[in-house]
Design a protein around this ligand. Structure first.
Ligand code: FAD
Length: 559
């Protein structure tokens, strides 16, 4: 079936729904597709909060400086200015839409402190901020009349004369392939956390839209910048929100020492994430950890604060480790959490490909540079979701409808049918996915070096070859998750390869890229973005873009 819309949004997380809502407000016909029900998008897992400089004594310029310093000066400052100056109005709008933000004793919107921020500017709903935002935006999406194709899985972008004209999706309930034909497509498909194992990300965060855009010719930028969050739960890797430290929790080593005093004497536990993750990794490597972890100690906060402001992580620690954080410290370690890189866009979400936009975690605008500050990602999804919705809806008014697409859809149907009938040759998607995740965690994690990265590259290339013989175990049509897992693995391998190439290319340490063989930041040679373009059957082509500096020249970064 071919269905027509003006704007099709790939993804129903915060970025996708905010984009769809704005495009609909601008009077165009909008559809959103999502491989899961919208409120199961990973945005719903966000715990800690969302940043904006709204309070007395704060300003968007201070927020911008904190963000740029946090990025280790790799963020484009014009983009950061847009995000931080537009943040306050977006928070107020969310509150007017119905988000029940925390209110302080005066009855006003209250904040909590977050890492790398010089002011307490994180607005929150307990430790379920993402869920509160996502449900509210879903309400608004339904009200706006945007068509939502839920449990539709995107397999290809439809390109016509170099422009993006739609998305082919499997309707998972029937197994049927459909083309959503469009005048513009906004990729809002989220991150690729599961390229690493373990990760704080949901199992669905597999980089699908990043790989689809990359294959369609869109450049990827800053892919080497992968954030490890300092506090992920021992074993399962679940996130223990930074809000715990924002509320005052300590990090302790095996000697009971608040070791951050040796790494970031001013900001201590609230230094930026790359800094804290490196400190923990050193403590553990030098024998001051406990069984590969350090301790997150909340006991001094007391039961009331924990149960009123951090009830979800209290429950997670209890369920998964049997630890009550009111009475005992919780073992945590750095774990893969977020990607700063993604599909390169301008501040309107536009990629260099006509009709192709991107917003949210899959995009690189770039506002996070080498390291994202906590609570700046939800903000990024909303500001740039809104802006890409607006820009794409203006663009589609200049574009004529087309009648083609039958042949492309038929070719895509044949490709998927061939995949379904591929005989079993001993490889399963599950094994390859686990091997990929463990390889990336071991070799492309907090610390990296040339030898390890070359091993990672060889490993990823080998996994790509083995992927060619992975069979789909389930041959049925209805909810065939074996098929979508295999397709996801293909996307993940493309993302992994781009990440490794980016990390090999950048021969310095900056933000989340810490190379033991190039331990210093090197502004003379590397104050620039690494840009990758897909080349079929070959390594990506590599290019550079300058970093936009407006008001804040690079300085030494201390916390
Ligand atoms: C545990 C956790 C806690 C976090 N806490 C915070 C926080 O407190 N503050 C903060 O600022 N940030 C936080 N983050 C980061 C932030 O939540 C994410 O970066 C952000 O929510 C991503 O939103 P998104 O809209 O870009 O993507 P997502 O919310 O991940 O949505 C992606 C959408 O794309 C769809 N999709 C993907 N592939 C396909 C496909 N092939 N076909 C169809 N649909 C597809 C999915 O179904 C989904 O609807 C946290 C992240 C995690 C993992």
């Amino acid at each position: 079936m071919i269905l027509d819309h003006d704007v099709v949004v790939l993804g129903a997380g915060l970025a996708g729904m905010r984009a769809g809502l704005e495009a609909a407000r601008n009077g165009v016909n909008v559809a959103i597709v999502s491989k899961v029900h919208p409120v199961r998008s990973h945005s719903g897992a966000a715990q800690g909060g969302i940043n904006a400089a709204l309070g007395a004594g704060d300003s968007w310029e201070i927020h911008a400086f904190d963000t740029i310093k946090g990025s280790d000066y790799l963020a484009d400052q014009d983009a950061v200015e847009v995000m931080t100056s537009e943040a306050p109005q977006d928070i107020i709008e969310l509150e007017h839409m119905g988000v029940i933000f925390y209110r302080n004793d005066e009855g006003k919107l209250g904040t909590r402190a977050f890492g790398g921020a010089s002011k307490a500017r994180t607005y929150f709903v307990g430790d379920i901020t993402g869920q509160a935002l996502l449900y509210t935006l879903y309400d608004q999406t339904l009200k706006s009349g945007v068509k939502v194709y839920e449990e539709w899985f995107a397999t290809a972008l439809y390109m016509v004369d170099g422009a993006c004209r739609g998305v082919v999706c499997i309707d998972m309930m029937t197994g049927e392939l459909n083309l959503l034909r469009a005048k513009a497509v906004i990729i809002a498909s989220g991150g690729m956390g599961r390229v690493y194992e373990p990760s704080t990300n949901a199992l669905i965060c597999t980089g699908d839209g990043i790989a689809l855009a990359y294959r369609a010719g869109a450049p990827l930028m800053d892919m080497e910048m992968v954030q490890y969050h300092p506090t992920t739960l021992k074993g399962s890797g679940f996130l223990m929100t930074e809000a715990a430290r924002g509320e005052g929790a300590y990090l302790l080593n095996r000697d009971g020492e608040r070791f951050m005093q040796r790494y970031a004497p001013k900001m201590m536990e609230l230094a930026s994430r790359d800094v804290v993750s490196r400190a923990e990794t050193i403590e553990i490597a030098e024998g001051r950890g406990i069984d590969g972890n350090v301790l997150l100690d909340l006991r001094h906060l007391g039961r009331d604060v924990i149960m009123s402001k951090l009830p979800q992580i209290h429950e997670i620690a209890l369920d998964f480790l049997g630890i009550d954080m009111v009475t005992d410290p919780v073992p945590v370690r750095p774990g893969m959490h977020y990607i700063m890189g993604g599909v390169r866009t301008d501040t309107d979400g536009a990629t260099p490909i006509p009709g192709l936009y991107a917003a949210g975690e899959c995009a690189c605008v770039s506002v996070h540079g080498g390291n994202r500050l906590g609570a700046n990602s939800l903000l990024d999804t909303l500001v740039f979701g809104r802006r890409s919705g607006l820009a794409s809806s203006a663009y589609v008014k200049t574009v004529a409808a087309i009648a083609s697409g039958e042949e492309f859809l038929a070719a895509e149907q044949r490709r998927i049918a061939a995949l379904m009938t591929r005989p079993y040759a001993g490889e399963t998607h599950a094994r390859l996915r686990l091997e990929l995740g463990m390889l990336m965690d071991a070799k492309v994690g907090v610390y990296r070096d040339e030898a390890g990265l070359q091993e990672a590259l060889a490993g990823v290339e080998q996994l790509k070859r083995r992927y060619q013989s992975v069979a789909v175990g389930d041959k049925s049509r209805v909810y065939n998750q074996a098929l979508t897992f295999v397709l996801e693995l293909g996307y993940m391998l493309d993302c992994a390869e781009a990440t490794v190439h980016g990390a090999i290319t950048r021969k310095e340490s900056r933000g989340a890229q810490s190379r033991t063989d190039y331990p210093q930041r090197n502004d003379a040679d590397w104050l620039k973005h690494v840009v990758l373009r897909y080349q079929d059957g070959q390594p990506p082509s590599i290019d550079y873009l300058p970093v936009t500096i407006t008001k804040w020249p690079p300085q030494e970064r201390t916390y």
